[in-house]
Design a protein around this ligand. Structure first.
Ligand code: BEZ
Ligand code: MG
Length: 367
């Protein structure tokens, strides 16, 4: 049984991410997590099709029903409409149980939201969100890759606007409906954000889609007390599943790739594409700072030591891929400028000089 504990107390609500490919590979691992959080069991009908639901009694559950905000990828929405239907019905079933609020946070929140937003409890218990039909991603990854944002609230607005379409099992065939107010109000109750890693091949900084899915600072922004939620990543790459904090998982990921000589020497040996891979990891690290603030200062400091301090390394990066090298230098300056990395004036001075150097080199200016 999935149990995510928060300083000894149960979180009242967990925002979690559902991806399509992951659920194919794991036979629905994260679907099961949602079901268990709200305390509902999916049941097969006489033909073996899983389309019925049964409530788990509080006695059997042995803990409160935990509320959820389910952030489905666009791919998940395309692949798993029946499963979205099942999840929506599961949450609504939990919300409609006549149980004490302190044992049923789904109901507690839905009742509060029904009051605030003038909705029925059933409609207020809308928790299965994704993009509009035909749309994918929050595009926070594109904004981070292009450095085309001024402050974090712009990234959070993108997430809110693009990911706040809800599936409603009570309106068959209606498709995804825009429900930004309910989405915001559900997120404002969240204590924990959570994503799954199901493969050791692709981890947090390998692709930009993980931080693109992450609503951690958005939750802090919409909570009434402004409190940052705790963030967890489940590593289910082996049978021995582990739940770690997001910051710990970022540390592990940095040590195995960006800061690991075996990894970056291999990348550098493979030529210009390898250098681009290194730059991508750094950019995705910056993305995690922007969406969650869970990147330790030393990750940037050590990466700067590895890639920017050593003249021999500078030369190798410059020669294999000057454009990616320029982006790396810019990423370090950006991490400092946005307040994600505090470092010495000496380091910043070196980066500024390197930036000018590599730009001259790219533009063909002779020194
Ligand atoms: C998905 O399978 O849901 C997915 C695939 C690529 C990027 C993000 C999500
Ligand atoms: Mg997507």
């Amino acid at each position: 049984r999935q149990r995510v504990e928060n300083n000894g107390a149960y979180p009242e609500s967990i925002a979690l991410v559902l991806w399509g490919t992951d659920n194919i590979k794991t036979y629905g691992e994260s679907l099961a997590q949602v079901m268990l959080m709200v305390g509902v069991i999916p049941m097969p009908d006489a033909l073996g099709r899983v389309n019925k639901l049964e409530i788990i009694s509080l006695e059997d559950l042995g803990r409160p029903r935990i509320d959820v905000v389910v952030n489905c990828s666009g791919v998940f929405r395309d692949l798993f409409v029946n499963q979205m239907n099942l999840l929506d019905r599961a949450v609504k079933l939990a919300a409609e149980q006549d149980e004490p609020y302190e044992m049923n946070y789904v109901r507690k929140h839905a009742v509060e939201q029904a009051e605030e937003l003038g909705l029925s409890i059933r409609d207020a218990a809308t928790r299965i969100f994704s993009n509009a039909s035909g749309s994918y991603s929050s595009n926070v990854n594109l904004a981070v890759e292009n450095s085309s944002w001024n402050d974090e609230s712009q990234l959070q607005d993108m997430y809110l606007n693009r990911k706040s379409f809800a599936f409603n099992s009570d309106t068959p065939g209606a498709g995804m409906e825009t429900k930004t107010e309910i989405f915001k109000s559900a997120l404002s109750k969240v204590d924990v954000t959570f994503q799954n890693l199901d493969s050791s091949e692709i981890s947090l900084t390998d692709v930009s889609h993980y931080f693109d899915s992450d609503p951690t600072k958005l939750v802090a922004g919409v909570r009434k007390d402004g409190k940052m939620p705790s963030s967890f990543i489940a590593d289910t790459t082996t049978a021995n599943a582990q739940v770690r904090s997001l910051s710990e998982t970022v540390r592990l990921d940095s040590r195995t790739k960006l800061l690991n000589p075996k990894w970056y020497e291999g990348m550098l040996a493979s030529g210009y594409e390898g250098t681009r891979e290194i730059q991508k990891r750094l950019n995705n690290t910056l993305g995690w700072s922007a969406t969650s603030g869970q990147v330790d200062n030393w990750v940037y400091e050590d990466a700067n030591d590895v890639y920017m301090k050593d003249p021999e390394m500078q030369k190798r990066l410059m020669e294999t891929n000057p454009n990616s090298f320029r982006k790396m230098v810019a990423n370090f300056l950006e991490a400092n400028g946005r307040g994600y990395w505090e470092t010495s004036d000496e380091n910043i001075e070196r980066l500024r000089n390197l930036y000018m150097e590599v730009e001259d080199r790219i533009e063909g200016v002779e020194n």
